[in-house]
Design a protein around this ligand. Structure first.
Ligand code: DX5
Ligand code: ZN
Length: 261
């Protein structure tokens, strides 16, 4: 049974995407269930190949393994080179968004189209030193712009302050597309997002916040992440209702989760 539109809970204006890079990999199913229960909007899934970045993490098999544990979307951040061969594998494994670094693909436009052809939302990721001009000729194929606020490869690094100006510049480009076409492009930030800087990051224009060590490093006494998620959300949008009030009842939440996938 679907809810009438008037009964639907207000969706948060800000999306919070905990990065499982800082989760306990030996209990990954439990960890993703805990962040969903705490109100996470997405699972951020960092894929590193020890080639594009100097670290090695998780691939499509792990994505497939966690997929049945949550209903929220899986936001796959590919830090790999080359990119294309992994796209069908992650789409099949249940990814909802797939983003990649333009330096890692010979044909950025083709890779974006490939992601969309496989039924996922497509994103482009900008390293701290990567100019925003990489998005100029592919705006029509972008669903997500992800600005790295650290150099990719590791969790737990410090937020690079110049990202704030870059965010404002990216927000202007995205708003221009919205004004011209009515199309929404998400603006995500990844790296060093904490309870004490999330407000200024949102003020600079971000609407989707990745947080790894800030979330998984601050468990509740029962191993959940409700307190830190609530603080992040309240600091991000101080005038929004508290997490507990804004969370829909279980049934409605399941339907929303399904609708987002
Ligand atoms: C870095 C990853 C990030 C990272 C964020 O290469 O893309 O997603 O896990 O971690 P924190 O929030 O700890 O900076
Ligand atoms: Zn990431």
């Amino acid at each position: 049974m679907s809810l009438p539109a008037t009964d639907l809970p207000t969706m948060p204006a800000i999306r919070i995407a905990p990065s499982i890079l800082s989760a306990d990999f030996a209990r990954l199913g439990e960890e993703v269930r805990a962040i969903e229960a705490a109100g996470a909007d997405l699972v951020h899934f960092d894929v590193m190949d020890n080639h594009y970045v100097p670290n090695l993490t998780i691939g499509p098999l792990v994505c497939e393994a966690i997929r049945p544990h949550v209903q929220i979307g899986i936001d796959v951040h590919l830090m790999v080179e080359p990119v294309d061969a992994l796209i069908p594998l992650f789409a099949k494994a249940g990814a909802n968004l797939i983003s990649f670094h333009p330096e890692a693909s010979r044909h950025v436009d083709r890779t974006l189209q490939l992601i969309r052809d496989h039924g996922c939302k497509a994103g482009l990721v900008f390293n701290p030193a990567t100019p925003l001009s990489f998005m100029d000729h592919v705006m029509d194929k972008l669903d997500l712009v992800l600005l790295m606020s650290v150099n990719p490869g590791f969790g737990g690094q410090k937020f690079i302050p110049s990202t704030l100006d870059k965010l404002r510049a990216a927000r202007r480009r995205i708003d221009a597309v919205k004004a011209e076409t009515g199309r929404d492009i998400w603006l995500e930030v990844d790296g060093g997002v904490k309870v004490d800087n999330i407000a200024e990051i949102v003020a600079a224009g971000a609407d989707t916040l990745v947080a790894g060590s800030a979330v998984f490093g601050a468990p509740d006494n029962d191993g959940g992440y409700r307190n830190v998620m609530q603080t992040l959300r309240q600091n991000a949008s101080p005038h929004a209702p508290s997490l507990r009030e804004s969370l829909p009842p279980e049934g409605a939440r399941s339907q929303l989760g399904a609708a987002r996938r």
